[in-house]
Design a protein around this ligand. Structure first.
Ligand SMILES: [Zn+2]
Length: 431
C-alpha cells in the first residue's frame, strides 16, 4: 500500500433514473491522462465524496447526493462495489478507499447548481448515460468495470458481496479489454491454477463465482494435505482437544497455523483486530472474544494461551493515529479504544519505534486482561494454565517471545535463524 498518501474513506453512488441511465460527473484531471493527447483531461466519475467525522458510508453518500445533485434523503441501496488504491487525477492525490452504493431516483430531475462550489476539483458538467453509451464510449470512466457493473445491476443482479474494481490503467481513449470485470482482483498470493479461466462471459456468473484463489487453494488441499492428514481429520471428527489457545490479529499476513506449522486440531485460534483481550466484564453486550476464551479454557481446558502481536499492525496504528487508516467513529474506533491502557505503558508517543513499543505493550495488556477472567486466573494460579506473549515480524518472519520477568521481547531463534534460542525456553506470564 502507498503509505505516504493520505487515506480517504469515500462513499459514492451509482445513481440510476427510471430509464436505467447512470448519472456521472465530468471532472478535469490535474494531469494529462493520455500521453498521446496531452490536452485531454476529462474523466467521468460517480457523485459522492469523503466521509466526514462521525459519518458512516451511507450517511456520507446521502449528504453528498444532497450537496452535489440536490437529491434530498436519497434511499441508499446496497453496497455493490469497492475500489481501493492511489488516485492521482484530483488536485490532492490520495489513497482512496471507495465504496459504491446503488441509488434509484424516481425521475431524472437533479439540481447540480451547488456541485461546483462543493467540489475542490474542477467540474465540467454532468450527464445521464445510457448503458449502451457507457459500454461504447472511449471517454475515461472511473473506475474500470463501471459500465459492466451498471449493466448487471440494471439486469437485476446485485452482487452477493461487493465487487472489487480498480482504477483505469489504460490511457484515455483505449477502452479496456471488455472483460466483464477486468479488474476483479485475485488476492496477491493467488495460487496458480492450471485450469483457471481468466473470466466468465457474463457479469451474472462473475458475481456469483466463488473466488478463484480459494478454489485453487482448496484444490491443492484436497490433492495434498487432505490425503496426508485424512486419518487425523477422521479422528478429529469426533471432537477436538487442542492444548493451545492462540489469540492473534485478523491481519492476513499473520496466520498462526502457518507460523507455527500446525495441523488440524492443534490450535484453537481467536483472531480479532490488534489481538486484543478485553477486560473481563459481565455486561449484556456481545462478547465474541470473551466467549471464545471461555470455551477454550472452560470447555477445552487448554494448557497454554499465547497472545501473538505483530509488526505493522493496522489496529494498533488505528489507535495511535485515528485519522488514518481508520477513524474513531466506527466499530474499529470503539474496539481499539481498548488499546488505551497499553498506550499508557508504551512510553512517549514519538520515535520510529513507537508503534512497535505499543504492539509489545498491547500483548502485555492482553495478558493482564486475561488474568481478570476468574476462570483463567484460577487455572494460572493453580498451575494448570500458562500464559505467553509473542510478536511476529512480518518482513523476516521473526518470532519474538516475551520474557515474563523483564517484559523484554527477544528472538525465539538464534542468529542463524534455525535453532531455538534460550528465550524459547522462557517461562510463562507472571503478574
Ligand atoms: Zn494487526
Amino acid at each position: 500500500m502507498t503509505e505516504d498518501l493520505a487515506v480517504r474513506d469515500i462513499a459514492r453512488a451509482l445513481v440510476f433514473d427510471p430509464d436505467d441511465r447512470l448519472l456521472l460527473i465530468a471532472y478535469e484531471a490535474v494531469r494529462p491522462i493520455d500521453p498521446a493527447r496531452p490536452e485531454a483531461r476529462t474523466f467521468w466519475f460517480m457523485p459522492g465524496g469523503g466521509l466526514e467525522p462521525g459519518e458512516d458510508h451511507v450517511q456520507a453518500c446521502r449528504r453528498e447526493l444532497s450537496e452535489e445533485i440536490g437529491v434530498a434523503e436519497a434511499g441508499i441501496g446496497p453496497q455493490v462495489a469497492s475500489c481501493d488504491g492511489p488516485f492521482h487525477l484530483f488536485r490532492t492525490s490520495r489513497f482512496a478507499r471507495e465504496r459504491y452504493f446503488v441509488v434509484r431516483l424516481p425521475d431524472a430531475t437533479v439540481d447540480t447548481s451547488r456541485l461546483a462550489e462543493t467540489e475542490d476539483n474542477p467540474v465540467l458538467g454532468t450527464r445521464w448515460w445510457t448503458l449502451d453509451e457507457l459500454a461504447a464510449t472511449d471517454e475515461r470512466i472511473e473506475p474500470a468495470g463501471l459500465a459492466q457493473l451498471a449493466r448487471a445491476i440494471v439486469d437485476g443482479t446485485i452482487p452477493a458481496s461487493p465487487v472489487v474494481l480498480e482504477w483505469q490503467q489504460t490511457p484515455l481513449g483505449t477502452p479496456h479489454d471488455g472483460k466483464p470485470f477486468p479488474d476483479a482482483k485475485p488476492s496477491s498470493d493467488a495460487k496458480p491454477s492450471p485450469d483457471a479461466k481468466p473470466s466468465v462471459d457474463t457479469p451474472h456468473e462473475d458475481f456469483r463465482m466463488f473466488p478463484e484463489t480459494l478454489k485453487a487453494g482448496y484444490r491443492s488441499f484436497i490433492d495434498g494435505r487432505l490425503p496426508d492428514e485424512a486419518k487425523r481429520y477422521a479422528k478429529l471428527a469426533t471432537g477436538q482437544n487442542p492444548e493451545v489457545l492462540m489469540i492473534s490479529c485478523c491481519d492476513s499476513r499473520v496466520s498462526p497455523e502457518v507460523i507455527f506449522d500446525t495441523g488440524p486440531g492443534e490450535l484453537f485460534v481467536i483472531r480479532n483486530v490488534a489481538n486484543i483481550v478485553p477486560p473481563y466484564e459481565t455486561g449484556g453486550d456481545y462478547h465474541g472474544t470473551s466467549a471464545a476464551i471461555e470455551f477454550a479454557v472452560q470447555g477445552l481446558e487448554v494448557k497454554h494461551i499465547v497472545v501473538l502481536g505483530h509488526a505493522s499492525c493496522g489496529g494498533i496504528k488505528a489507535y495511535a493515529n485515528p485519522s488514518a487508516p481508520l477513524s474513531k467513529g466506527n466499530f474499529i474506533g470503539k474496539w481499539v479504544s481498548l488499546v488505551e491502557p497499553a498506550a499508557a505503558k508504551a512510553g512517549e508517543q514519538s520515535g520510529p519505534d513507537y508503534l512497535t513499543r505499543l504492539e509489545y505493550a498491547m500483548v502485555e495488556q492482553s495478558l493482564e486482561n486475561l488474568m481478570t477472567f476468574p476462570f483463567v486466573r484460577n487455572r494460572v494460579m493453580s498451575g494448570r494454565l500458562a500464559l505467553h506473549g509473542a510478536h511476529f515480524g512480518i518482513a523476516r518472519g521473526e518470532l519474538l517471545l516475551r520474557d515474563p520477568d523483564t517484559g523484554v521481547f527477544s528472538p525465539a531463534v538464534d542468529h542463524e535463524g534455525r535453532r531455538l534460542g534460550p528465550t524459547s525456553m522462557i517461562g510463562c506470564f507472571k503478574e
